[in-house]
Ligand binder design. Structure first.
Ligand code: GLN
Ligand code: ZN
Length: 770
């Protein structure tokens, strides 16, 4: 016997119905009932689709109107006090207020879900919080499916991961140990499990993905304690504790020893699980939920390889459940609805719906042997072979170039001090020069122009005319504001990765391949299927046009190789390092073209470098080594007098400062306003030598920061670092803001820089001479 299982399914709908329903509700155009109806129909479509695909263990409670971690907080009554009096049931509006902020209370924090591009809401907990079962969603949705004749497997975020993903609430002593809340939390989980048992659930999946990260002894003990209690209850469904996104480390033997019914392990992102399982001598007769179909990438499964692995796993454990490696939340819904990639490329891919068929086929293969799925295997082998041998995946010239890269190619010809002198002579910026991160507001007109071009309502020439008009407007505005280093504003870029992906060989672009990023926000990551080749300049004409309009220097703007990798679906038939080097060469060539065309400053954005960090510490050095090298390759073609800037945001850089230094950009523009410049002290301590522009205002909010506030931050900055090494800039690009906000904010920023510059004049002048 074997079963088939899916961890979770995309929630957003084929045409992003959930997005429209949510945004309609928030705008007051739809009622709560309308929203509920859309949500119900999406769940039904998903359940029926999985049933028809032949899935035995179909998830419920994986659906969410905003985020499954927020749902868990609502279930447990964990509402931060600022949203109202105290714990108790969470209605729809309170739920959305927690996610998005209310009239008076600021939204709860959102952060990345492990190393995916999904973001969850961070629960806030106080020591005296009284957990109480406060929502009926898991029960309601179980019953909703049962009414359709489908007995689902409810999915819950497990109690230990829930605590580890939370943070202490406002004003709570930092020493407060969230794990102290485990016992009262278990009471509520016990109640939930017993109720689900009473309703007729056979299995419940408890997700504990935190155990695919390095964990302390106390945390591992919490896992053991928690499930010892939950697994011993009367009247509950069978329990499967599931880990994913990497191997489960020490947790494997702990889970093996617990009185659980099932354990879920990810064999795609955590191949070491196999070794760990061998070392633990199986799972003590438990059912293994074997994650063999990749929940995070878009390639077809290698059925032969999976059957071999499943065969070995079957011999190591008791029962076998063939499973996805994680929730399918991270891949688009349906490949058949996709028109972007051509037919051959599509034959190499599987989205959520196709993955459900793969899981079901593999289960039949486990039960009846390979012969039972002979035709699937046959088609799969053919597609795998075509992909392997396709000239589209192998460009010899590119491979040769990558193979020929030397250490010298991955760094600038001369040390920073030499470059700095050359750049000072050529660029002559004032002290505390002002600049922006690149994008200016993406207006409705710009979006409409892009849509009109797509629909063939306007031609290329007209599109170009409109973009040039916008560039001119942005240049004039910056001149008026008195910025020192200008940008063209990126009006022609829909997205900082997709824009390049559309022009590079080796990338496929999807039309409907939406993946939820957070709440109603979705993205369409490009797909890197083959060797990456630049076929010609991608940004030069726009940049030169902008430069032709002004005497002031205009920055060239490129997306870095690591960020392109991180925000795409990446081919799985070669190492990420190899793919990243190919991307780096494309950026390198573009940078060289900009430089040859006379552009003096070029920014290579790497906002995603920190988020690519592997979950397990054991893999981090290796990643950082090649990520830094890729940036080096991308920028190594810059001569001494070409100033290379880089920009990073979204995270805390405390643990990778050494590597950022090794990237050796001439200027680092980094998010800092929200942390009120706290990180500058760290940069000073590590002896960072290059120039830094710590963001002086948070672009995520429509608020226009007053001059004094930004001047205050700058004064703080010049106390910590020498003024001649500081730049003045916002935290990130302005594309999500409106001109009504961006213009006054930049005016104030320039004014703040002037004020502080004047205060510093003597010291600044002395430093200039030195
Ligand atoms: N240059 C990009 C912009 O200004 C950088 C965006 C980012 O950091 N995510 O929009
Ligand atoms: Zn940014």
């Amino acid at each position: 016997m074997a079963l088939s299982n899916i961890h979770g399914f995309p929630r957003i709908g084929r045409r992003r119905e959930l997005k429209s329903a949510l945004e309609g509700y928030w705008a007051g155009d739809h009622s709560a009932m309308d929203l509920a109806n859309v949500a119900r129909s999406l769940r039904r479509i998903n359940w029926e689709l999985m049933r028809n695909a032949g899935i035995d263990l179909i998830p419920s409670n994986d659906f969410s109107l905003y985020d499954h971690v927020l749902d868990t907080a609502a279930l447990l009554g964990a509402v931060p006090p600022r949203f109202r009096g105290g714990p108790g049931p969470v209605g729809l509006d309170l739920y959305f207020e927690m996610a998005r902020g209310g009239d008076t209370a600021t939204a709860m924090e959102m952060t990345k879900w492990f190393d995916t591009n999904y973001h969850y809401i961070v629960p806030e907990l106080e020591p005296e919080i009284g957990f109480a079962l406060s929502d009926s969603k898991p029960f309601d949705q179980f019953l909703e499916a049962r009414d359709l004749g489908i007995v689902t497997k409810p999915v819950l975020l497990g109690p230990v991961s829930f605590l580890l993903l939370s943070k202490p609430g406002d004003g709570v002593d930092e020493r407060f140990d969230l794990l102290d809340l485990l016992e009262p939390l278990l009471d509520i989980y016990a109640e939930v499990l017993v109720r689900l048992g009473g309703l007729g659930a056979e299995w419940v999946q408890m997700d504990e993905p935190c155990f695919a990260q390095d964990r302390t002894g106390a945390e591992l003990a919490g896992l053991a304690r928690g499930y010892d209690r939950l697994a011993g209850l009367e009247g509950t469904p069978k329990l499967c504790v599931s880990t994913y996104f990497d191997h489960a480390g020490e947790a494997v033997s702990i889970l093996a020893d617990l009185p659980l019914d099932g354990v879920g392990l990810d064999f795609v992102s955590g191949p070491r699980n196999l070794e760990l399982l061998r070392a633990a001598d199986g799972l003590g007769g438990k059912t293994l939920f074997a994650g063999v179909v990749d929940g995070r990438n878009v390639w077809i499964n290698d059925l032969d390889a999976s059957l071999r692995l499943l065969d070995e796993l079957g011999r190591l454990t008791g029962e076998l459940v063939v499973s996805t490696s994680s929730s399918l939340l991270h891949v688009p819904l349906d490949l058949d609805a996709e028109t972007g990639p051509d037919e051959e490329l599509r034959s190499w891919m599987a989205f959520a719906q196709q993955k459900a068929l793969e899981v079901a086929a593999l289960k039949r293969g486990v039960v009846g042997g390979a012969a039972a799925i002979a035709s699937e295997i046959e088609a799969n082998r053919r597609a795998m072979q075509v992909r392997r041998e396709s000239p589209r995946t192998h460009i010899d010239a590119i491979r040769g170039r990558v193979a020929g890269l030397t250490a010298a190619d991955a760094r600038r010809a001369n040390p920073y001090e030499v470059r700095r002198a050359a750049q000072r002579k050529r660029l002559r910026f004032p002290p505390l020069p002002t600049t922006t991160i690149g994008s200016f507001p993406q207006t409705r007109e710009l979006r409409e122009a892009r849509a009109a071009l797509q629909r063939d309502e306007i031609d290329e020439a007209e599109y170009e005319r409109r973009m040039r008009g916008e560039i001119e407007r942005v240049i004039r505005l910056q001149e008026r504001l008195g910025l020192d280093l200008l940008v063209h504003g990126e009006p022609e870029r829909n997205d900082m990765v997709r824009y390049f992906a559309e022009q590079l060989e080796g990338f496929a672009i999807t039309e409907s391949g939406w993946v939820q990023s957070y709440g109603s926000r979705c993205v369409r990551p490009p797909i890197i299927f083959g060797d990456v080749r630049r076929t010609g300049p991608m940004t030069v004409a726009w940049t030169l046009y902008a430069q032709s309009l002004t005497e002031k220097p205009v920055k060239g703007m490129l997306t870095g190789p690591v960020t392109m990798l991180q925000w795409s679906f990446v081919r799985d038939d070669q190492s990420r390092e190899q793919t990243c080097r190919q991307l780096a060469l494309a950026v390198r060539d573009e940078l060289a073209d900009l430089q040859n065309a006379g552009i003096k400053v070029i920014q290579v954005d790497e906002p995603a470098i920190r988020e690519g960090l592997p979950l397990r510490r054991e893999n981090r050095d290796e990643y950082l080594r090649w990520a830094v090298a890729a940036f080096g390759i991308a920028t190594g073609s810059a001569g001494d007098k070409t100033q290379v800037q880089t920009h990073m945001c979204y995270s805390d850089f405390g643990d990778i400062m050494g590597q950022i230094q090794a990237m050796d950009a001439d200027v680092l523009l980094i998010e800092a306003a929200r942390s009120r410049m706290e990180l500058l002290e760290d940069w000073r301590r590590t002896g960072y030598r290059q120039e830094i522009g710590p963001g002086v205002y948070d672009i995520h909010s429509p608020r226009v920061p007053p001059v004094d506030e930004m001047a205050g931050l700058l004064r703080r900055a010049v106390e910590v670092l020498p003024a001649e090494r500081l730049w003045v800039d916002p935290d990130c690009g302005l594309k999500t803001r409106r001109y009504e906000e961006a213009e006054p904010a930049l005016r104030n920023m320039v004014e703040a820089a002037r004020l502080v510059r004047a205060e510093l004049a003597p010291a600044g002048a002395a430093a200039e001479d030195a």
